[in-house]
Design a protein around this ligand. Structure first.
Ligand code: 13P
Ligand code: SF4
Length: 303
């Protein structure tokens, strides 16, 4: 493992590369990253970095987002088969069709979407800023929300806006169910339940706080009243939380909440991508990228 880490360090310097990792990546990948965070934090880092090469330890839509935000950079996806099933749950044709049915509605698309879907949308959001952005829209705005119906229903509950929800979902977060959460609460009665808004409504009502993964990290860091937390999202984030808060205790709501695509990340694949022996240079068609960039820029301005 140490020799792989050393190799990554040398290759990073040689190529002026930066490694960005999502909090759901395996622990050893998070440990070699220059920045670990949620989808929003990673987009901000991708748009700010002065590196020539971005190695994206995450899934395809994240690398695509980085390529749209920094077209002059080389964005490497070490595991080209790491995709997000939710991002593929709506096609451009389907979105065009629903837009014709609700011509006065604005399209808000979760960043967990393809570049084509972003290009057809008015504004992007992540789980950390969806509520903030929806609240800032002019009153009376109707929203077509794609692709996650659970994040969409959370925004609808909190804002009361008129929303049309696409029927997409995250298979990983839907592994959670109410009895799992009740069981975890019974086992750890002192623990605060932090849950991701990709969870279904029947689970969300059992949580103490609904937060993006970055929101969970920020909440725990500043929380002086609690020491124990039940983490109701992908288990990879527990590695991040334990590193940032060694004195606190974290319980996964269940060991089943694992994203198989995020877990494809490995040190070997990062070395191969940096050496040019594997991975993929992610490129987005220029016409699609310029429209998708407009939706992403609006998100960054309104967050
Ligand atoms: P955030 O990174 O916005 O918390 O979303 C979680 C997720 O499922 C990413 O794929
Ligand atoms: Fe997609 Fe869910 Fe995996 Fe995130 S956790 S990449 S939303 S399948």
């Amino acid at each position: 493992m140490d020799s792989l880490k050393n190799k990554i360090d040398l290759l990073k310097k040689k190529k002026n590369a930066v490694i960005l990792a999502h909090t759901y990546q395996p622990g050893e990948v998070q440990d070699v990253a220059d920045y670990t965070g949620d989808s929003y934090g990673l987009s901000v880092e991708a748009s700010r970095t002065e590196a020539d090469v971005i190695v994206f330890a995450g899934v395809r839509f994240m690398a695509e987002t980085a390529a749209i935000l920094g077209p002059q950079k080389t964005v490497l996806l070490p595991q080209p088969d790491a995709s997000c099933p939710m991002a593929d749950m709506i096609t451009p044709e389907e979105l065009v069709e629903i837009k014709t049915r609700y011509p006065s509605y604005k399209v808000m698309c979760y960043v967990n979407s393809t570049a084509e879907i972003k290009a057809l949308s008015d504004i992007c959001c992540t789980s950390s800023n969806a509520l903030t952005i929806a609240k800032k829209l002019p009153s009376g705005t109707g929203i077509i929300f794609v692709p996650d119906k659970h994040l969409g229903s959370y925004v609808q509950e909190k804002t009361g806006l008129s929303m049309v929800l696409w029927d997409g979902f995250c298979p990983t977060h839907l592994r959670m169910n109410p009895s799992m959460i009740k069981k975890a609460k019974k086992l750890h009665p002192e623990a605060v339940v932090l849950m991701h808004p990709e969870a279904a409504q029947e689970c969300r009502v059992l949580a103490d706080y609904i937060l993006s993964t970055g929101g969970m990290c920020d909440y725990v860091k500043q929380d002086r009243n609690n020491n124990e937390y039940i983490i109701a999202t992908e288990t990879g984030i527990i590695h991040t939380l334990e590193k940032q808060n060694p004195e606190k205790i974290f319980f996964p709501v269940s060991d089943e909440v694992i994203c198989p695509n995020m877990k494809k990340g490995s040190l070997e694949s990062i070395v191969n991508a940096l050496e040019g022996n594997g991975g993929e240079v992610v490129k987005v068609d220029a016409a699609i990228a310029s429209k998708a960039l407009a939706s992403l820029k609006k998100m960054l301005e309104m967050s």
